[in-house]
Design a protein around this ligand. Structure first.
Ligand code: GTP
Ligand code: MG
Length: 347
């Protein structure tokens, strides 16, 4: 692992077994923006510190709302996010913005472009902006995104916007962590709808046709309504709100903000917000156990190394992999020590 982590991120007073220094945590919880930025960099660069960071954050989470802003490239996601963030801050909320830089981690016009467009916000104490490099190079969300949202939540921000290009499975997975998903489209992109990852149309809670100053707004509105009529979504969800706006002319965004806050209140009062937290926590527990068991299984049996060649063999020889799987699994015995009797059970 990288030496920075070995030493403890930023600092000397690392607690035994801990990867982030106590100093950094203290500064973070004191509200130091630089410490917040450093912590984000740490989780971005070192995914393995996730559990430790969660240990510290969970008791300090304030229940911030996570709002996903997604849609095809260039439809105005950043402009809309900035406009909504400004309105949110004006209503005495503190705002975090996580924008994913779809180009290379180090250069790229999009990053600078976002910076410039959000410039009006960066001096605002109520708003914290962070760009994350997309991993995998497809403009997707960084896998660290949910953890970064937790960091901003524990930092005391109450609304967290997450902007990403909605075209791949990875974003769809990570967008599973948002409480409200706004899909932004623009006129003249009938094909743009087809290019979206299947599932985003179903997952979005609100639709926004931005650039309504351009021709073709009505046509897009109609094709969206038609899509919902022929039911791309479960009937129970009903037709979602479809709003139009021109972020450039600053028109229509008050309505988008009002609708967003209305939906947030509804999620809170209906208990859906808590339900979501519970289901995310359940998946986290299951996934972590799975990962841990797999790591130990693979270390013992070398399965991780063997599987690629084995898979190739089975395909080439048209053979079922199950005898191999059974043999591998039979090599390992799981022992369970019951708490009460201290006795061991094996499987
Ligand atoms: N005509 C018009 N242009 C707009 C509007 N909103 C944004 N734009 C322009 O559209 C371009 C892209 O805007 P962004 O906000 O960067 O779009 P984005 O979806 O964040 O782009 P990526 O993050 O690169 O996918 C910019 O040149 C904006 O000025 C609008 O309402 N009308
Ligand atoms: Mg953008």
């Amino acid at each position: 692992m990288i030496s920075e982590v070995k030493k403890g991120i930023r600092g000397k007073k690392k607690q035994p077994g801990s990867l982030v220094s106590a100093e950094l945590w203290a500064e973070f919880f004191r509200g130091d923006r630089l410490a917040c930025a450093r912590l984000i960099t740490a989780v971005e660069n070192h995914p393995t510190i996730g559990p430790e960071v969660r240990d510290h954050l969970i008791p300090r989470l304030n229940g911030a709302f996570r709002i996903g802003i997604t849609g095809p490239p260039g439809v105005g996601k950043s402009t809309v996010t900035a406009a909504l963030a400004r309105r949110t801050a004006r209503h005495d909320q503190t705002v975090g913005i996580i924008a994913v830089d779809p180009s290379s981690p180090f250069t790229g016009g999009a990053f600078l472009g976002d910076r410039v467009r959000m410039q009006g916000l960066s001096g605002d104490d109520h708003i914290f902006i962070r760009s994350l490099a997309s991993r995998g190079g497809h403009g997707g969300l960084s896998p660290a995104t949910p953890l970064v949202a937790d960091i901003l939540d524990a930092f005391g921000l109450s609304r967290i916007f997450i902007e990403t290009v909605g075209v791949g499975q990875a974003e769809l997975d990570v967008l599973g962590c948002v409480d409200l998903l706004i899909l932004v489209l623009q006129p003249g992109t009938g094909d743009g709808i087809q290019a979206l990852k299947a599932g985003i149309l179903e997952a979005a809670d609100m639709f926004l046709i931005n650039k309504a100053d351009l021709p073709g707004t009505e046509t897009l509105l109609e094709s969206l309504r038609f899509l919902f009529e022929i039911s791309v979504r479960p009937a129970a969800d009903g037709v979602p709100p479809i709003l139009t706006a021109s972020a450039l002319r600053n028109e229509g965004l008050d309505d988008v903000y009002t609708e967003m806050e209305k939906r947030i209140r509804a999620l809170l009062t209906s208990g859906k917000y808590l339900q979501k937290r519970r289901s995310l926590m359940e998946s986290e527990i299951r996934d972590s156990i799975r990962r841990d068991l797999w790591d130990r299984f693979s270390a013992l049996t070398k399965a991780g190394e063997d599987i690629p060649a084995a898979a190739e063999r089975f395909i080439k020889n048209r053979r079922s992999p199950y005898p191999y799987i059974r043999r591998l699994c039979a090599q390992v015995k799981i022992q369970h020590r019951t708490k009460r009797t201290g006795r061991e059970q094996s499987r």
